[in-house]
Design a binder for this molecule. Structure first.
Ligand code: PAF
Length: 292
């Protein structure tokens, strides 16, 4: 049987309340649709952890900037419903914009500091739009575990902080990035790549691997040198227009003075019509006992 498609907020709240009052647990998977293997891995994980898997499909206008791809963002509800069902979803919430906001919101949720760099700097207002809709989705969902991909690493950090700061009854679970065999992280925006660009796209991930090697094998300790290694690898593909490359503290997303312990490598670049982002963990062998 296909997952139950719900269009109205009151019916969604009732369905999730019903699942909990029957003694079940709710796993929430918020998405903007155009579901790919990354989303399906979140749904499968939610199905492994929780008795009811509730997927939301809502292309959130608040998180798109002027000139971004709101109008062209892929929308294919029938395929999504089938794919979500196959991965274990029982409930799918796909409201219209009017259903979500009967009147335009006067409330905006902003997570300071974490949002000031990287994607936040490249896409002004983006994270306010994400935080506002996620707070609303959490409010509608009630007590649950919510699953998000590490692919959007900064988004995950922002949502964790939002849930903690506002004491929302939601446990936030981060899940590993799913990649194609050549390394390209799955993303709905990969659909914008031409066949030719698709061939070049994995080099974004390879540049992160170069950064990881610099940290872990060459024991590079200066963040600027690590970033130089990432940029040098990216330069091998002249069609990339680099937005940023960075090595950051995995919790604060700030550039550390030295690369010590675990760090996160972040990169964003344009390739043709697509803007791609990716990230990777690296663990520095510093500080070692002989190198305090
Ligand atoms: O990651 C996404 O798909 C979106 O940013 C989210 C979390 C569903 C909010 O619209």
């Amino acid at each position: 049987v296909t997952a139950t498609l719900i269009r109205r907020r009151d019916e969604w709240v009732e369905a999730l309340d019903g699942a909990r009052s029957a003694g079940g647990t709710v796993g929430l998977v918020p998405t903007m649709g155009a579901l790919h293997g990354g989303h399906l891995s979140l749904i499968r994980r939610a199905a492994a952890d929780c008795s009811t898997v509730a997927v939301t499909i809502y292309v959130n206008p608040l998180q798109f900037g002027a000139g971004e791809d709101l109008a062209s963002y892929p929308r294919r509800l029938d395929d999504d419903l089938a794919a979500a069902t196959g991965a274990g979803a029982g409930l799918v919430f796909a409201p219209s914009v009017e259903e979500m906001w009967p009147s335009a919101p006067r409330t905006s949720v902003r997570v300071d500091d974490l949002t000031s760099r990287w994607e936040g700097a490249a896409r002004p207002g983006h994270f306010d739009g994400v935080a506002t809709i996620v707070a609303k989705l959490f409010g509608l969902a009630g007590r649950c575990t919510a699953y998000f991909g590490e692919k959007d690493y900064q988004q995950l950090a922002v949502i964790r902080r939002l849930a903690a700061d506002l004491s929302l009854p939601v446990a936030v679970a981060g899940c590993p990035t799913v990649r194609d065999a050549d390394g390209l992280a799955l993303s709905s925006r990969n659909a914008y790549l031409t066949a030719n660009e698709r061939e070049a796209a994995p080099k974004l991930y390879w540049s992160l691997l170069a950064g990881k090697r610099a940290v872990e094998e060459e024991r590079t300790r200066d963040p600027e040198d690590v970033v130089a290694a990432v940029r040098a690898a990216l330069a091998a593909e002249p069609r990339f227009e680099i937005d940023y490359a960075a090595v950051v503290d995995p919790g604060t997303l700030r550039v550390p003075p030295h690369v010590d312990g675990e760090v996160r490598l972040l990169v964003a670049a344009r390739l043709g019509r697509a803007r791609l982002i990716d990230n990777l963990a690296a663990v520095s062998p510093h500080p070692s006992p002989e190198e305090p």
